[in-house]
Design a protein around this ligand. Sequence first.
Ligand code: NI
Length: 139
Amino acid sequence: MHMSQPRINVTRRLTFAAGHILAKPEWDDARNREVFGACAGDHGHNYELEVSVSGSVDEDTGMVINLREVDRIVKDLVIHDVDHRHLNRDVPWLEGCLPTTENVALAIWRRLEGRLPSARLERVRLKETENNAVEVERG
Ligand code: NI
């Protein structure tokens, strides 16, 4: 009988603070306010980022991946570029991107995919406020 192996996800949480403004230049103020609410003005958020990867458990270490390694890679590729920066103008890989939580989470996914050795990226969760979060998952 074939017993399927459960998939094991491991998750590292990191935080950053960044500014953004959600406004489309081709829309007037009223329309931007209507669609984006308080985010239509310049302001910042304390973001929480969760990065989940899967893989098989290494027999020697008992781990899928060393979370210190995940932490280092995510800091190098993402946090270093966005922490205490303005997402509309300071981040090369967000250029031309309206920095909604969705768009930023997707950009982070694309930045990390394939960059974590011996583990597969499964999920990027970006929490913008206590009440709002976006998840990007492997399709
Ligand atoms: Ni905002």
